[in-house]
Design a protein around this ligand. Structure first.
Ligand code: GTR
Length: 327
C-alpha cells in the first residue's frame, strides 16, 4: 500500500516535471498597455479582464500590464498595437481619430450634452457602430469596449474665469488636429503634445496650461507645476477605448474571441464604477492641494467651437443628429 502510494507520488512528480515546462511554454503572454499608473480605473479594469481571460482559457493566455506610459505615449502605443508588438491597449479615442477619422464624431467639442448622454450613446447601437468602424478600418485594431474618461476641463497657471481670459494662452491638446482647432477656436493657442511631455513643458513655461479630467490632472502631477486653476468648461467628453491588435486577435479561436469581447464589455462596466469614485476622490485631493475649481458659463465655449463641429462634423451630419436624439 505504502509502496503504491509512493509510486503514485513519484509518478505525479515525474508527470508534473514533464508537463509544467510544456504548460509554461504554451502560455502566451498578452502585453497590455496604458499611459496611466497602476490603480487607475482603466488599468484596474483591464487587469481584471486579463485575469478572467487567463482563467477562461485555462491559463493558455496571461496578461502582462505595462502601465504608466512605459511603452511610450498613446500615438506610439497605437502604432505598436497596429503592428502587433502590443496586444491590448487602453487609449483615449482622441489620438485614434488620427488613424480612424470616422471616430472623430465622438471627439468633437460638446458633442455630448453631459456624461450621462455619452454613456447612453456608447452603451447603445451608436457605440457599437463606432467600434465596428474601428474594427473594419484598415487600422488593424479590433475594438473591444469603451471606458469612461469623464469630462475634460482646462487647467492653467493664470485663472480662466471667462473665455476672454484664455486669449493667447498656450494649452496642450492631444495629438489630433481637431483638438488644436478646438483650442484655437476658444482663443487659446493649442499645442499638440504627448501626455508624458506635458509635465516638463508646464514647468519650463513652454505651456501655460493643459486640459484633462481630475484623476489625470492629479496622477500626472500637473497641478504641482503652478497650473492650479481648474476651469470647468467640460469642453470634451471623450470615451476611452480598449482595443486589441488585429495580429493578436487573429490568433484567438472564435470561442476565445467571444470570451475576450464578453470580458471587454464587463471591463467597461467595472471601470465605470471605479471611475465615478476616482473623479470624486481626485477632485477632493486636488482641492486639498490648493487647486481652485472655477465654475464658468459653458455657453460661450460651446458657441465658440461651433465652427469646429461644422468642419469636422460635415461628413457625419446624420450621425450627429442621431447622437443628439439619444436620451
Ligand atoms: C487622459 C486619458 C489618456 C490620455 C490623456 C491625455 O484623460 O485617459 O488616455 O489621453 O488623457 O491627455 O493624453
Amino acid at each position: 500500500m505504502i509502496f503504491r502510494r509512493k509510486l503514485i507520488a513519484v509518478a505525479a512528480v515525474a508527470a508534473a516535471a514533464f508537463i509544467s515546462p510544456l504548460v509554461a511554454q504554451a502560455q502566451t503572454v498578452l502585453k497590455a498597455a496604458d499611459v496611466h499608473p497602476t490603480g487607475y480605473p482603466t488599468v484596474a479594469a483591464t487587469e481584471s479582464l486579463g485575469k478572467k481571460f487567463e482563467a477562461g482559457t485555462n491559463g493558455k493566455y496571461k496578461m502582462q500590464m505595462y502601465p504608466n506610459s512605459v511603452l511610450g505615449d498613446e500615438k506610439t502605443m497605437i502604432e505598436q498595437t497596429q503592428i502587433g508588438a502590443i496586444q491590448i491597449l487602453r487609449t483615449s479615442l482622441g489620438p485614434v481619430g488620427a488613424v480612424v477619422p470616422e471616430v472623430n464624431v465622438f471627439n468633437m467639442p460638446f458633442v455630448f450634452r453631459d456624461e450621462a448622454h455619452m454613456r447612453a450613446v456608447i452603451d447603445g447601437p451608436i457605440g457599437q457602430e463606432i467600434m465596428d468602424k474601428i474594427t473594419a478600418s484598415p487600422a488593424r485594431l479590433v475594438a473591444l469596449s469603451w471606458m469612461d474618461g469623464g469630462s475634460r476641463s482646462l487647467y492653467t497657471k493664470k485663472p480662466v474665469r471667462s473665455i476672454a481670459d484664455l486669449k493667447g494662452q498656450k494649452v496642450r491638446m492631444m495629438g489630433n488636429p481637431l483638438f488644436v482647432d478646438t483650442m484655437n477656436a476658444l482663443g487659446g493657442n493649442g499645442i499638440a503634445m504627448g501626455y508624458g511631455e506635458v509635465y516638463s513643458a508646464l514647468q519650463t513655461g513652454v505651456l501655460d496650461g493643459a486640459e484633462n479630467n481630475p484623476p489625470s490632472m492629479f496622477t500626472s502631477n500637473h497641478f504641482t507645476t503652478g497650473a492650479k486653476y481648474y476651469t470647468q468648461t467640460n469642453h470634451l467628453i471623450i470615451p476611452e477605448l480598449l482595443v486589441m491588435s488585429k495580429v493578436a486577435w487573429d490568433k484567438l479561436t472564435p470561442p476565445e474571441q467571444a470570451l475576450m469581447k464578453k470580458f471587454g464589455r464587463e471591463a467597461q462596466m467595472e471601470q465605470r464604477v471605479l471611475w465615478d469614485k476616482s473623479v470624486a476622490d481626485y477632485s477632493a485631493k486636488l482641492k486639498a492641494a490648493g487647486v481652485e475649481f472655477i465654475a464658468v458659463d459653458q455657453k460661450p465655449f460651446f458657441d465658440a467651437t461651433a465652427p469646429v463641429r461644422a468642419k469636422y462634423g460635415a461628413p457625419y451630419k446624420d450621425l450627429m443628429a442621431r447622437i443628439a436624439a439619444v436620451k
